[in-house]
Design a protein around this ligand. Sequence first.
Ligand SMILES: *Cc1c(COP(=O)(O)O)cnc(C)c1O
Length: 399
Amino acid sequence: MTIEQARARDAADPLRHLRDRFVLPEGVIYLDGNSLGALPRATIDAGRDMIEHQWGERLIRSWTEGWMASPARIGGKIARWIGAAPEEVIAADSVSVNLFKFIVAALRHDPARRVVLSEAGNFPTDLHIAEGAVACVPGASLRVVERDALGDALDGDVALLLLSHVHYKTAERFDMGAWTRRAHYAGALVCWDLSHSVGAIPVDLAAAGADCAVGCGYKFLNGGPGAPAFLYVAHRHQAAWGNPLSGWMGHAEPFAFADAYAPGAGMERWRSGTPSMLAMGALEAALDAMADVDPAALEAKSAALFDMFAEAGDALGLECIVPRKADARGSHIAFRHPQAEAVMRQLIAQGVIGDFRTPDVLRFGLTPAYTGFEDIARATQMLGALLAPADCTAGPASV
Ligand SMILES: *Cc1c(COP(=O)(O)O)cnc(C)c1O
């Protein structure tokens, strides 16, 4: 596809106007929104209001004027992205910390089951936290197997199946409904990590019958570096499950200053300590900036961006490691290449920002809200120019 053809596709893109809602620096093609989402313009004013007005002028009064309620309010705004009811979601802490809460909670919930099952090659923190969490629960252990062995490993000892909905490297997507049913049939609970899906592809936790989920605020939700993460617990489990990090902010009455812990109602109990309000404010502004956007429209655009990139990758002779079927993947594309690290370094030097992932993966995030077809055309042209001298099978750049 020529640059002119790509421009014509951008002009016809019904989501094109969303790009103006983001700060995208001149001379940069940003294909890393799955690691750190771009800055929404609205966040700049919201941040100023948060600092100058809410903190600077209202001071401690802001806690009762909106801050205390903000984790649940923000959770309610995330709910539409994940097929949850507003009161099933709360913003708090990081994905890592929230994973710890759910792993320990699930092990305590059914003392007859002692195993946490996850996938080899899952995002490192998911496995690291699971390792640390099972060490805190007597008799518990972590079982990590390859994806094709998960079914056999899902036996009567498994308390919790812990899976990332979309894989951070290969973008492979689990069939959430099918795997949730499988886990339930085996008597296990499922925790879905939505970090690489929320905000880019539709997620329907209710339809899947999911038990609990966590997700990231700073990737496709554009909440800012280190944005608060979120937790989801299905209504049916909310009364029975407890947060092992039972801090005062999750107490039924934090300002009663009681010695004994009493869990808050609903999702409130999943809070631990005082939330970072500057970060909460940035996340909320980012969610508000996307409040009118239909997740299904984002998925369609993501698929079109992917197809264009994949076609160019094929022409360059690159080995794509992402499933071609749209409903079997997330919203990035990745290729295996022996010089992946050097290639990505050069691309970044030329203003095309993607990621290198060990040992040999070139990864490009496709953020449907602000990535354009011209971005893909230009990025793949530059990629082709970089690869051409070393790889004579690919021929000249063909985009
Ligand atoms: C990005 C990501 C995380 C991030 O965890 P943090 O605690 O925010 O550092 C966790 N899990 C997955 C699958 C991710 O993609």
